[in-house]
Design a protein around this ligand. Structure first.
Ligand code: PUT
Length: 298
């Protein structure tokens, strides 16, 4: 029996070059969200830590001053007002201070401006140029699915996107679309390493393996940050994209231009396909206990 056409939802990924001035970046995010709304988008994803430069290139104490508490965060409040005005859902990535802890977090703002809650980044990278462990505690919220006006969504943050367990956990809780705000580009220690194709393919796999659309938003631009050993530069490669439920890329940005990507999905039709394909029926969680170990030993 053919599935009836149902809930059609347009989603958007925006990408832009950040300056290191918070007010400018928040204004750019707002402008691009308005543009996405004009194109029909109902859920709009902005890139990771969009309020400023990607400060994790350096281990600097002064950068902790960029963190803000979740409650009363002015950028989140502004995005709540915008979400309500446009009736769009906005996941808002920010650097969170919680007493003596710090998290790389995202607040999920529903289309009436309600803050549905927080997800804190679980997988924290560490390496040349991406020294996030210096700033962020590993997130303690666990993977979540948020019921928004238009869809139940899962939001992972950047490095989370390399872990199929994160995508699966969100899908298992009912996430119908996965979102990943991101900051990734060149590798300061190895100019020949370009991960953009790998980056896309891994997430396309999550979309296909869970039969859900997936939206990734990444910044563009060349950012130089002063470090304790001199200057460090990353060129962020954009390539924000929207994938469909078989992992196919339906919208793709380039590595240079500010962009607003929009794609529409019929979530009821996708749900029907997902159930028909049988991957959630045929799971064998009792055989997956090894996934709860670090070294593969039972
Ligand atoms: N955002 C983290 C990316 C790490 C790339 N080496």
């Amino acid at each position: 029996m053919a599935a009836a056409a149902g809930r059609k939802v347009a989603v958007a990924a925006v990408q832009f070059a950040c300056t290191d001035v918070e007010a400018e970046n928040v204004a750019t995010a707002e402008r691009l969200i308005r543009e996405a709304h004009k194109k029909g988008a109902k859920i709009v994803l902005i890139q990771e830590l969009f309020e400023g430069h990607y400060f994790c290139q350096a281990q600097r104490l002064d950068f902790f001053r960029r963190a803000k508490p979740y409650k009363g965060n002015p950028t989140i409040i502004r995005m709540q007002q915008l979400a309500k005005e446009l009736e769009v859902v906005i996941p808002v990535s920010f650097f969170e201070e919680a007493n003596n802890a710090h998290y790389n977090s995202v607040a999920i703002i529903d289309a009436d401006g309600t803050d549905l809650g927080l997800y804190r980044k679980s997988h924290i990278p560490d390496g040349p140029g991406y020294q996030e462990k210096f700033y962020f505690n590993p997130g303690d919220t666990g993977f979540k699915a948020f019921k928004t006006k238009y869809a139940t969504i899962g939001v992972g943050i950047c490095w989370d996107q390399w872990f199929p367990e994160c995508a699966r956990a969100m899908a298992l809780q009912g996430a119908e679309i996965l979102f990943y705000p991101t900051a990734i580009g060149s590798e300061p220690q190895d100019g020949s390493l370009d991960s953009r194709e790998h980056w896309k393919r891994v997430m396309q796999g999550h979309a296909g393996a869970n039969l859900v659309p997936l939206v990734a938003s990444n910044r563009i631009g060349r950012e130089t940050v002063g470090t304790e050993h001199g200057k460090s530069t990353i060129t962020f490669y954009g390539n924000s994209f929207i994938a469909g439920p078989t992992g196919e890329i339906v919208k793709l940005a380039n590595d240079k231009d500010e962009e607003v990507l929009v794609a529409e999905f019929d979530l009821d039709e996708i749900k029907s396909t997902r159930h028909g394909w049988g991957i959630f029926r045929d799971r064998r969680p009792e055989l997956y206990k090894v996934l709860l170990t670090l070294d593969g030993k039972k």
